[in-house]
Design a protein around this ligand. Sequence first.
Ligand code: NOJ
Length: 740
Amino acid sequence: MNYKIIACSLLLISINVKAQQSKIEQKVDSVLNLMTLQEKIGQLNQLNAGDVTGPEDKKNVNILEEIRKGKIGSLLNVKGAKITKELQQEAMKSRLKIPLFFGQDVIHGYRVIFPIPLAEAASWDLDAIKLSARVSAREASSSGIHWTFAPMVDIARDPRWGRVMEGAGEDPYLGSVIARARVLGFQGTSLGDLDAVMACAKHFAAYGAAIAGRDYNGVDMSKRQLWEVYLPPFKAALDAGAATFMNSFNTLNGIPATGNSYLQRDILKGNWGFKGFVVSDWDSIKEMVAHGYAKDLKEAAQMAITAGNDMDMESNAYEGHLAKLVKEGKVNIDHVNDAVKRILIKKFELGLFDNPYRFSDEKREKAELNSLANKAASREVAKKSIVMLKNETGILPISKATKTIALIGPLVKANQDMRGFWALSWGKDDIPLSLYEGVRNKLGNKTKLLYAKGCNINDSVTTGFRDAIETARNAEVVIMAVGETFDMTGEAKSKADIHIPGVQEQLVKAIIETGKPVIVLVMGGRPLIFNYTATNAKSILFTWWLGSQAGDAMADVLFGDYNPSGKLPITFPRSIGQIPIYYAQTHTGRPFEEGKSANYRSAYLDVSNSPQYAFGHGLSYTTFKYSDINLDKTEIALNDTIKISLKITNTGKYTGEEVVQLYIQDKVAQPVRPILELKDFQKIKLAPGETKQLVFYIEKEKLSFYNDDLKWIAQPGDFEVMLGSAADDIRLRNAFTLKD
Ligand code: NOJ
């Protein structure tokens, strides 16, 4: 096909899409014309009818009756083809027969559980991340679910915040490309396809910047920081077609996000032209009263709808007060109509008006849930999510011919913990595989496996140490598993102390002191602090919570069937006092240089400025050489593009993957720019001895930033371009100038 034919086909597709949209809008208008005010408000009302994922508030509501009266537009947490069909049948008894939406937090898998989102982000593998969302969408949609409350695209730079596990980490660029991959994965080829669910970019906005890392706390930040760091992943989700957005619990500069018209009307629906609908978070309309922003629920309802919040999750604020507010002239009916229209458009797009039961298909559900292909996909993504933090004496990979291996630690046999925090729909008969089971599956009975728990996760009892030491002494190699249980990091799981809990590090010390080769696996949902282990263990893998196939995935890496390729998407501190710590910091007027005097410098008296593990860090069983950096020009005008090439060679013994990271620094700018900013990356696979040439492009967009007036500009001047294996492992540098 030549260029003209492609352009014509694209034009025809876009004309067709527009024609379809306008047809849907006409249909929506005709439904809207038939609706009473009460029925309109019903469409804006979402209630929980299943698992409880927020503070329970006993409401005396007969859900079935309310559905029949047209007083509910959506239910959350209902799952299963049978039950969703039955509930939809009730909706068909309402006067206008408007179908319900079923929404759920399908965050990292539905029945087959995938690694937690932060772990998946560590893969830096956009196809793998998309695959995870695709499989989740296929499973969930077969169960009658239309809508996932994911992806969470909140940037998080404070590991005390428990929900750090649910996003893609600290960086706006990485966060944006991952947001896009997840939306595309959930929504598939087209909304309305039977294997697609609506995505929901959440939590709009800045929820991840809760003061002191305490969940639900307020957020105070400059607009520039908001636009530059926290909003880009939302914009990327929108550009990828996210059907819905969820606002957030936090106040932003004193105004609750749910009642924030700057965020929802000006930015999202105005500036960005978002055509989907916004749902509140659980009770977040009601919480505007607790915030001291609205005097009662009625005023909260008025503020939320006026500010652009379309659907009310669980607060019963709209159902209880909107009709009166409209009648009193306090709420503009256009705002109500607009919200209803946005929701109905999506119901039409999903084909629910044609067939409200089309997603609730028990036969498809049976074939789809927990299928072998879905489990295999989970294992693929899981092994790519593991990050090797250290492998000093090359103990890893372990030889499969090892005769006796000791598995020691309180998480060795943990299986349910492997599912992570947001696994709502895992089946009780599909319990995830523990590390122990994974090692056993890998080695069969040829290797003797010894086991000692050693201690509990979080108490001070050390009586199990003696047995653990004895067990270690009887083995050739020791694999330890320490960290957190699945419920220690997640929503409402903020922590002031993020050290590995209990006496687990003392256990690591006792086992290392046996002199045996020890590999430590650290499991958890957030960056943890484990300084003893970091200094003294020779080999460390961070294995997060990897989902259904965790055990097999860990064994794949431990025994060399998969060469680890994960890179941290978030900085790991060495001290709680360093938080917030992230790589893209700006210079100070008194920068401190490692090894030099700290007097009158920007430094701590008691700890280094550097993190324990930097953003982008992650090792492989092989090594990579970076060479031959070349810039095709060293001066560019505003509309030029620079081509940067380099060579990467696998200099080790194993085939392996490297994530080549491209950072820039704008040397002098007003306002000042970060010391490093990730602008691109490529993940490549190389056989031993193989060399590949990579090419990156830098153009104006990558050099631009928000100035103090929130204008997106690129300032002429000198730039440094850096290519490396981690934010603290830059291998190649070069410079160029942006001309006026
Ligand atoms: C509260 C959480 O903040 C949100 O992310 C989630 O989607 C809702 N609960 C529903 O479970």
